[in-house]
Design a protein around this ligand. Sequence first.
Ligand code: NAD
Length: 499
Amino acid sequence: MAVYAAPNTDGAVVDYETRYDHYIGGEYVAPAGGQYFENPTPITGKTFTEIARGTAADIEKALDAAEGAAPAWGRTSVEARSAILLKIADRMEQNLEKIAVAEAWENGKAVRETLAADIPLAIDHFRYFAGALRAQEGGISQIDENTVAYHFHEPLGVVGQIIPWNFPILMAVWKLAPALAAGNAIVLKPAEQTPASIHLLMSIIGDLIPPGVLNIVNGFGVEAGKPLASSNRVRKVAFTGETTTGRLILQYASENIIPVTVELGGKSPNIFFDDVAAQNDAFYDKAQEGFSLFALNQGEVCTCPSRALIQSGIYDRFLGDAVERVKKIRQGNPLDTETQVGAQASNDQFEKIMSYIDIGKQEGAKVLTGGEKADLGGEFAGGYYVQPTVFEGDNKMRIFQEEIFGPVLAVTKFDDYADALKIANDTLYGLGAGVWSRDGNTAYRAGRDIQAGRVWVNNYHAYPAHAAFGGYKASGIGRENHKMMLDHYQQTKNMLVSY
Ligand code: NAD
């Protein structure tokens, strides 16, 4: 057990700069418009640093740097790029604690998660793509007796990446690792709520990457994100964020006829069949834990299991036990390694979640636990804390249909398999889903029948680098993770050679 000191205080493992400029061409560059915005920590609500407010002029400067660096980077050998990715992973590992605390401070998430999951997963992502790159092969085929076709992978050139605030480092690395491996230069715009931990990461790994290959422009969506996503100088845009923003990104891309990846929202069902409760054993316990994972990362996870569907035979008992478990979740200072649920990432997000809690109450959903702001008092009184909340209601309600992106679970009952699948698929979204059953046939069948890009069967919330991740329906287009991402960040050239 440990409680980390707040950054920039005695004994702190992290010292933030008072200001962060853009990172362009391997240097810190002041914003063209001369403006900065304040970055508060959700832990206390107090400002801890200022961030350059990017505009189209800053994006152009970053694109200049990226275009300058792209040709040489694209020609580096596979061995050299792979070695750089491995060095980045090593450097991150040496600084794991520092990065993990920085991210908890900026985002409000529990440091136990950043130490054990977010940052180790990001490190592994670099290692995975370092290896995948070495294993990537082109192809040769004989077309006729004197013509051969060569199949080449070529970098796209300069790519734009726009990320959200819920996993600042991991969402950045999901995009950076394959794009760098594939030989592209990058302009990345972090979310306006959480740019500082990415700059801290750049201060740790920046010297390993040639100047101009990776550029970071801070700022707001319309002011900095739009000029990047709509630029005719980028050859691909990779975006993670809300479905409404994803629609705009697709519109911009259609003007420039470039590929896009849009990883968007979700309203993931977590289905518990009657046989889960046949015995009071480790499986039952694991399923109970699976239910409570709606509160992981304060519910700010695109695949948050935000709808629980429980079969009628076990409904009362399973739900009763599960709610008791939710009541025991430890909420508190995110920098305390005992804390399981910390603060929401921003005041806007806090307000949005509280408004959905009101909507749920007005719709007639029953609050089984939580349902209020969490008041931690003292230095945390100004922080953005929401109690883990469980509602019981009907799948037609807004709290079942709309993405809340907070520690708010909507629970309903189903009678049989067909009923479960109907409710599970009755959503705009198709990102994640959970299925819990001791019966292999039921579990497998449900896994196949659910319309979602990622289904966890008898587990939830694992994100290995080699498992493709992405959405069906309004949850997105394209995939992340998995070696297929190399192809997604490359052009395919086919050259027919006669001899
Ligand atoms: P958001 O769409 O508000 O913002 C995401 C990013 O887009 C930010 O960097 C923002 O500045 C930028 N942006 C906003 N408007 C823009 C515009 N017009 N042009 C270009 N860029 C613009 O999303 P958010 O609130 O930061 O993130 C939460 C959302 O992200 C949730 O819906 C969540 O489900 C989703 N998410 C999805 C995945 C996934 O893999 N599918 C992963 C994490 C989060």
